[in-house]
Design a protein around this ligand. Sequence first.
Ligand SMILES: NC(=O)c1ccc[n+]([C@@H]2O[C@H](COP(=O)([O-])OP(=O)(O)OC[C@H]3O[C@@H](n4cnc5c(N)ncnc54)[C@H](OP(=O)(O)O)[C@@H]3O)[C@@H](O)[C@H]2O)c1
Length: 336
Amino acid sequence: MTLKIGLMGAGAFGTIHLEGFSKNPNCQLVAIASRTEEHAKAASEKFNVPKVYVGIDSWEKMLDNEELDVVSICTPNYLHAPIILKALERNCHIICEKPIAISREELHQIESKLTSKDLIFFTSFQKRYNPFFRLLKAVIEDGILGKITLARYYFSHFGPYKSWNAISEEKWFFDSNKAGGGVLLDLGVHCIDILRFLLGDYDYVDGINANSSCINMEDEDNCNVLFRFKNDALGLISVSYCNEPSETIDLFGTKGFIKVDLNGGNPISFGPKNLKSNTSVEELLAFKPIYESAQNKLIDHFIHCVLTKKQANPSFTDGKKAVEFVLEAYALKKKR
Ligand SMILES: NC(=O)c1ccc[n+]([C@@H]2O[C@H](COP(=O)([O-])OP(=O)(O)OC[C@H]3O[C@@H](n4cnc5c(N)ncnc54)[C@H](OP(=O)(O)O)[C@@H]3O)[C@@H](O)[C@H]2O)c1
């Protein structure tokens, strides 16, 4: 069966989605909606997509005029929930970029509508498709580190228009109303999603500190969040738009620790040294990154789920929990 796909937002990440759909034999890209004609047309030419809708209401026009099976949402964050809600009314399966919404009200509206439908919803947390995290999870589940008591995730780069080549001239990442938040909502959602994948659900957020220290933006460009997992482990997520690209995870357990540099710049460090003889640690140490797009793998899995009518992860709930985490942290910021 061939699924008819419509893409919303022909920007930097929209292009990555288009590539994934164009390589999947069960997909037919039928239309692109984007704010400016130039970006919509460039993407339609590159990926041979026959129809283009242009303008602020392009996504509405597409949903009104096309018979789509799947909608892929890669617009600025404030448009995610309105597009999801209308796409659900049109009975489309959905893959939505993170963060899937920017308020609790939006999450609630989506959840109410989604539960009454038999549709597949994927949150685009593509990091889950990096095989390294499965190996790291196996180390944790093996118990060789003992009970995990502390997890730290650090993620930084120089921001959306330096390290990440977002293309819209709106520069919406720095507009509070359109982005819905700062670096925590942008990068922090990936961190909490991977930590939930590795260690289970978080329980509550203990505290936040944040500032805007290198970019002239209303929301934070630097942020630390302290929190607790349901299994009582402590968590620290530290995200920044003000530093060299870097992504590291440190896990400390009652029997040992492991520290990984996800960008591969430094070798994995661990202790005590005899952890090396454990099979799951051996497999982690032997891991060689394969330059296969995690996003393509996520899209292939999503399409498989649509065709077999089976919801899998990262689901709406995964997207929702990540947004709730950020909103809980932001609420503490506002109390000060
Ligand atoms: N999963 C990840 O790791 C990852 C990484 C980066 C980004 N993202 C997410 O992907 C989404 C897009 O980010 P990006 O970096 O691709 O930004 P971007 O390059 O600025 O792309 C956003 C696109 O949305 C279009 N757009 C704006 N308003 C629209 C409207 N009313 N109707 C239709 N299209 C509209 C823009 O059109 P114009 O160009 O014509 O203004 C632009 O092409 C964000 O939610 C972001 O968080 C995810």
